[in-house]
Design a protein. Sequence first.
Length: 159
Amino acid sequence: MSKFSIEKNSEGESLVLNFSGSVDEDASFSDVEWAGFKKVIFDLDKVSAINSCGIREWIKWLKTAPEGVQIVYKNCPKVIVDQINMVAGFLPPSAEVESFYVPYYSDASGAEKMVLFKRGVEFNEGSVNAPETYTDPESGEEMEMDVIEAKYFKFLKKG
């Protein structure tokens, strides 16, 4: 597993946290300062794995966020979407998902592709406009969605 790290960048009143590696028992969030920011964006694009210890630490850390801070999840890989759907508190009620990846698969070649779904394009709160098939721009190959929609998009229907 790859070592966990957080790269911090401030953009005005927003803090962008770029997470990478495996969120596990060694993951530490202690050097993240929430204070002074109105919005905190979690860019989860490079998160490779998460285990139960990592989930526990994540939820504990989220509880330290000051009231009124807007939390945005961005570029969520499948491992994060799975946790959002299964673990209460992994995505706080006030947080929003800006974008997440959906796996597509080709029966013909066995190729897999992660396709980024963006708020306002492929989904909105409570609804998803997921294309059943996706044409890979590199290979020209047609691929099918490789998830059970009712389960994978469950987090969009909350509330």
